[in-house]
Design a protein around this ligand. Structure first.
Ligand SMILES: Nc1nc2c(ncn2[C@@H]2O[C@H](COP(=O)(O)OP(=O)(O)O)[C@@H](O)[C@H]2O)c(=O)[nH]1
Ligand SMILES: [Mg+2]
Length: 221
């Protein structure tokens, strides 16, 4: 396939996704639902953090879990009484807006007012390019991944509305350089708050919940 043809196909893929995402965003806003697209590497602690975070929010939440295969995360959330649905991409490295909107309409009918969290496929590259209709992107990193991720995956940091450094309880055991990490993130993104948390001990998570509540208020009312 020549380069021009490939570029045209990719433009059309992004264009159609952006249209579906804009429609879904409008639908969610109309229902007073604030939507968060949760991005991060596999194992960064996205699901663990969501369980703690959701427990601290006053309004209710629904979670769409994206994984290549398995419904482990959706079952884990259901075990904590958090309503959740699972999308399996069967190989694709990111979720798309049409699949997310279909999943929501099929599994969360009647849900009004609150939060929709979409846990994207664990990956710092592909999911960044696909708008899902979210009001905010939350990037979850962890101290065990090393402090250089902001330098290696700049777009994820550039587009984040909030950056979370998870697994702070393990800081003493790894050589994570928080200043190096934050300097890299700040070069790319001057506005996103950076929170240091532990999804296991709960340290710092209430600050994330406060930020989210404040940020969501214009939508949730
Ligand atoms: N020590 C520690 N372990 C964590 C923390 N958050 C998650 N984990 C562990 O990291 C692993 C991956 O967590 P998970 O939430 O499934 O990550 P996800 O793939 O990003 O959703 C699990 O074994 C969790 O128990 C944390 O804050 N501290
Ligand atoms: Mg997960």
């Amino acid at each position: 396939m020549n380069k021009i043809k490939k570029t045209e196909i990719m433009k059309s893929v992004y264009g159609r996704n952006d249209e579906a995402a804009a429609d879904f965003n409008k639908f969610l806003t109309g229902k007073k639902i604030f939507c968060v697209n949760v991005l991060g590497s596999p194992g960064a602690g996205k699901t663990t953090l969501l369980i703690d975070l959701i427990g601290r929010l006053i309004r209710r939440s629904f979670v769409i879990e994206g994984d290549v295969a398995s419904d482990i995360d959706a079952r884990r959330l259901a075990g904590q009484n958090i309503p959740a649905a699972q999308i399996n991409t069967g190989g694709a490295c990111h979720l798309n807006a049409a699949a997310v909107a279909d999943c929501f309409h099929n599994s969360a009918g009647g849900f009004i007012g609150g939060y929709l969290f979409i846990e994207n496929i664990g990956n710092l590259i592909c999911p960044v390019d696909f708008f899902l209709g979210e009001h905010a992107k939350m990037l979850v990193c962890s101290v065990t991944e090393g402090g250089d991720k902001s330098y290696k995956y700049p777009l994820a940091f550039e587009r984040a509305d909030v950056i979370v450094i998870n697994k702070s309880d393990l800081s003493a055991h790894v050589d994570f350089d928080e200043k190096f990490f934050s300097d890299g993130a700040r070069m790319l993104n001057q506005t996103a708050p950076i929170f240091t948390v532990s999804g296991v001990t709960g340290a710092g998570v209430s600050e994330v919940a406060e930020w989210l509540t404040y940020r969501a208020a214009p939508v949730t009312g």
